[in-house]
Ligand binder design. Sequence first.
Ligand SMILES: Nc1ncnc2c1ncn2[C@@H]1O[C@H](COP(=O)(O)OP(=O)(O)O)[C@@H](O)[C@H]1O
Ligand SMILES: CC(=O)OP(=O)(O)O
Ligand SMILES: [Mg+2]
Length: 408
Amino acid sequence: MPLILAVNAGSSSLKSSIYRRGTLELVATSSASLKTEQERSKVIINDSPPTYEAEIRDHASALAHFLHNVKLDDEVVNVCHRVVHGGDYQQPIVITKDSYEHIEALSALAPLHNKAALTVMDAALKLLPNAQSIAFFDTTFHRTIPPHISTYAIDPTIARKKGLKKYGFHGLSYAYILRQVSTYLQKRPEDLSLIILHLGSGASICAVQNGRSLDTSMEFTPLSGLPGATRSGSVDPSLIFHYSSKVDGVKKDDKGTLGSGLHVTEAEEILNKQAGWNALAGTKDFARVTREAAEGNEQCALAFRLFVDRILNYIGAYHLKLHGSVDAVVFAGGIGENSAGLRKTIGEHIRCLGFPDVDGQRNERAGKSSEVVIDISNDTKRVLVCHTDEQQEMAKQCEGNVEFWQRD
Ligand SMILES: Nc1ncnc2c1ncn2[C@@H]1O[C@H](COP(=O)(O)OP(=O)(O)O)[C@@H](O)[C@H]1O
Ligand SMILES: CC(=O)OP(=O)(O)O
Ligand SMILES: [Mg+2]
C-alpha cells in the first residue's frame, strides 16, 4: 500500500508522520524540537527508543534524519507540507514551479515559517524525487471569517492591493480539533461552537461558530495576538517607532530608518525573534517558565501571568461573540496539552462564564493520556484537552482528494 508522508514545519519543531494510504494507519512518526545552535535537538521517533538527542541543525536536516532512520523512501507517493501562510489560496495545492514561487513570495508574511517549509520541500524533492509534494495551508480554515472581522480600518484600495487583512493561522490544527471534538461530543461540526486555544511556541485562539472559523487571534501575520516563545504578540503599532527611537534617544528620520539606524523591517524581526518568553524570562521553554514561576522567579511569574492575561482577553471577547453559546473551551498545542498549571489557572478564571471546575486529577493526567480528546471538566459546557495532529489532518485531506492520487 502506498504511503503518505506529512511534514509540519513549526517555529520550534519539525513533526513528521508516515501513514498508509487507504487506512491512514500510522507507520512512523517523529518530533524533532529544534534548539539553538549550542544545544542539540531532541528527537522522538515512534516513541521508542524514547527521546534522544541528535545533531540536527534545521528543519531540512530533521526530515533527512527521519527518512534515513525509517527507510521507507520507495513507498512514499505523497508528501504533504504544512505551509503557514497561503495568502489567498483556498485549497491545498500541488507544488509546481509556480506554486513554489508563490509560497516563496509570501515568506515575508510568515518569517518564522514559510522559508523553513520551503527548505523542507527542497529536501523532500531531493530525497523523494518520485513523490508528489502538496502544500496544505494554515490560512485555509479561516477563509470563513466575515469581512467585518477580517478587514482593517485602513484605506480599502491599498488594503486590497497589498492583501492587508486578517488571514489567521494554525488552521490545520483547528480543523483536526474540530473533527475530533465533533466525534467525541457526538455532535456534527456544523452544530458545534468552540473556543480553541492552540498554545505552542506560536500561540493562537480561534472562535468556531457552527463549525466555521469566526475569528482568530493571529491576523495578517503570525506575529499578532498572543505572545509566543520569541514573538511579542500584539503591541500598540506605535511601539515600533518609540521602541527604536527611545533606545538611543535619536528621532526617526524620514526614510523609514529608525533611531539607531534600525530599519522598520528589523524592528519587525525583533518582535518576531527577540521577544516573547525568551525576552521576558530568558527561555523559549514554557515548561521552564511555569516551573521557575512557581519557584519564585519574578520574570517567569510575570511571563506566565502576562500570557494568562492575554489569553483571557480573547476568551472573554470570543465568548461574547459566540453569544455565550459555547460547547467547549479546548486546550491544544505543546503548552495547551502539557501545562496542567496553565489550564488550572485559565479554568479558575472562566468559571464566571459558566464553565465548570477543572477536575484536578483528570487535568494532571491529560498530558500523558493516550486518548485524543480528554474531558477535564464535568458538565454540558466543557473544558477539553485535545492532542492536536496537523500531520494527520493533512494526510486525511490528501486521502480524501483524488487529485492527489495521480502519480500511482
Ligand atoms: N509540560 C509543559 N509545560 C509547559 N509547556 C510545555 C510543556 N511541554 C512542552 N511545552 C512547550 O510547548 C512548546 C512547543 O509547542 P509546540 O506546539 O510543539 O511548538 P511548535 O510551535 O513548534 O509547533 C514549547 O514552548 C514547550 O516549552
Ligand atoms: C503559526 C505558528 O505560529 O505556528 P507554530 O506554532 O507551529 O510555530
Ligand atoms: Mg505547531
